[in-house]
Design a protein around this ligand. Sequence first.
Ligand code: NAP
Length: 533
Amino acid sequence: MNAPEHDVIVVGAGFAGMYSTIHAVRAGLDVLGLEAGPDVGGTWFWNRYPGARCDVESIDYSFSFDDDLQREWRWSERYATQPEILRYLDHVADRFAVRPHYRFGERVTAADWDEAAHRWQVRTESGMTTSARWLIMATGSLSQPQLPDIAGRDSFAGTVLQTSAWPREGVDLRGRRVAVIGTGSSGVQAIPLIADDAAELVVYQRSANYSVPAFNREIDDAEWQHQQDDLAERRRLSWGGAAGSPWTAHPVPYAEVDEVEREAVFEESWTRGGVLFAKAFQGLTADPVINDAARVFFERKLAAKVDDPDVRAALTPRDHPVGTKRICTDSGYYETYNRAHVSLVDLRQEPIEEIAPTGIRTSAGLREHDVIVYATGFDAMTGALTAVDIRGRDGRSLRADWAELPQTYLGVALPGYPNLLVLNGPGTPSVLSNMALTSEQQGDYALRMIAHCRTHGHTSIEAREDAAAAWTAHGLDLAGKTLFASAPSWYTGANIPGKARGFLPYIGGFRAYIDICEEVAAADYRGFVLSSR
Ligand code: NAP
């Protein structure tokens, strides 16, 4: 089926796509949204595994662009569950009439730049073709699931589940012998709940992660009222902060406080919960001394939670400094290993040799399972973009270009790909920040670029090669001054065999990034080439 030509095509209906669509429509543009899933939600549509929640507080992880929306939606818990976030996005879709602009069940497979027309020609899996002057890719930073290439993987005769594609109708795991492969944020959230149901649970862990309790709670009326009274200030701090939330590190540097105060600061940031532990002291993820103090504090907490010393040793992270892989945010994760029917297999000691029809064989032998759950992560930041055959100027291929490290300008634009606007991609703060707010900033910036072109009669805007090279080098330089670059994380592509290695998000901070974007815009989009047809 062919659809008519549009001003803008927005790919994806998660936070960033919905925001862009709402605001493109408000700007008077003819917008077509394309979404592979059957409805809005993006990440929150697909990741329905038990225990799925956000690790950014609900009050922060929500749109800020509409005061009435902020006031009318009442979050029930400090960290919202996946169903509640999906209900929220459903509400946003209704309230701002998002769905009429989308075609759902349309997975974009190819996009070709038509230099003669200055338009993108877009194709979908179903055979639909359409075109637009501007192509906004709001395809998510963690949306291309990664299944490990393990011998015999498809031979398993039992039930196979993926945290990132959990069945909508749910799964009854009661009485079943379940295996979970993967102990990142998804596995760590799912494992305690799977353990509640399963007759037996075996967790296969390749690398131990740092996980900090969420200290989740229901938001009672008094807390809700307080949050509402404080909302304007909270948003001001979030927009001005390094990670899109109001939380900051202890104001006094680590070197200037004594042991007693250090302990108190670590304890306080621990009880803030989850990823906020990495914010205990300024420089925790850059200075090995501070980081090591955080590690020692963590290991004491771990010791108090896990009874068996061998299991505790296996659960102790060894391959990365604190916070350089995203800290997991859990509810009862470590304590789960004290339960009699739960066991941990340390794949560093006994690697998986194959998946057999009845279970998983490691170097120590076969364990039988009824269900295997893959919580094995994503081809992050680039995977959803290279999944589409994107051809830019002169037929150049994004897949081929990104076989090397992605070169982006401000993350939003790519040299050789005019009018392709990537949201929350490599070179943006995105995954290091609060994605609800980064999605607003990214969507706004892309739409302002479009408005600027239209106002000045330009039909194309493209990042210059040298501007992209400088931006990419700047990002790598900043990352190189931290401990992040050395960790084998998905931030660096290390979780995907054969993927180019290099720190992908922009680590200079959300506010600093916004200021640079604004400065570029104020300087007539310095570093871009604007042209007309
Ligand atoms: P992940 O952090 O990449 O974790 C994947 C896990 O699978 C790791 O433990 C990894 O081990 C393991 N794995 C991969 N391939 C394997 C193999 N061949 N054999 C054995 N183990 C293998 O993925 P994720 O847990 O889905 O989380 C990704 C990101 O999504 C998070 O960092 C977070 O940003 C976001 N997320 C957030 C939330 C939340 O808000 N609370 C929840 C879920 C996800 P290695 O470490 O050894 O590679």
